[in-house]
Design a protein around this ligand. Sequence first.
Ligand SMILES: Cc1ncc(C[n+]2csc(CCOP(=O)(O)OP(=O)(O)O)c2C)c(N)n1
Length: 291
Amino acid sequence: MPDHDAIGEWRRLRARLAYADRPASAAALATLARTIRRTVISTISGAGLGHTGGDLSVTDILSTLYGAVLRIDPAQPDWPDRDRFILSKGHCSVALYTALTTCGFFPAEALRTFAAPMSPLNGHPSRRAVPGVETSTGPLGHGLPVGVGVAVGLLLRGSPAKTVVVLGDGELQEGSNWEAAMTAAHRRLTSLTAIVDCNGLQQGARTCETANLEPLADKWRAFGWEAVEVDGHDHLALLDAVTAPRGALRPRCVIARTVKGRGVSFMEDRVEWHHKVPDAEQARTALEELR
Ligand SMILES: Cc1ncc(C[n+]2csc(CCOP(=O)(O)OP(=O)(O)O)c2C)c(N)n1
């Protein structure tokens, strides 16, 4: 059920951001990101499982989208003309759940049940169980194909809604993404944006050592997309990249260069933190660093 206090707070944030200058916008989004990172650490440490590194790398993308971009109404999760957001790298569900609580889709206290038996907050997000989750994800390589279908459906209905899909860079090794990319360009889906959380690591190794993706922007362009590269921890750069007017009838890919484990010194760019859970002492240090 919606958290009406949180919805009120989120609406005030959105109203403030609509008129804020750039430094004030950057500061407000940084505050939101800090809240999400701290909650990610305490939730994963409490549950004893989660994908800490990828949650921390995607946090600035999520805070920019939920704080300043997506046209949604947490009081009406099924509003037909809402923007659709799909976290294709569904293993980073804790960051997504936390972002949803900051908008008030459901109360933050529910995060304490993350991954517990019978909790709707599974390790991978379910659209049937969690308000605000648009697509059930976890098996990599599915979010973009679904996003293409969603964007086509919205277009056929004449809806102004945008569709935004966040992918991991390791995930791009799945061929289904490139079939979807071709289809999106063929259909000139200007309402579709893909954001790659490009942290250079996947599960167990560097992406470039597993199956190199570079030059990544050129690949998207060759598939008929606009492609821009930004610092994926710079909220205003992300905001500009996602909201810039479209120059041509093409879908857009934002390659967000990020650091896995961002914000916690001993987790940053360390492959073991893909899936590792901080112990009590590590969680305390992480929370100190994320103040
Ligand atoms: C189809 C599929 N194969 C394997 C996995 C197991 N898996 C979970 S996360 C992950 C690595 C993903 O790397 P990346 O997309 O770069 O995510 P990030 O580093 O941002 O966490 C893998 C292989 C999966 N979820 N789905």
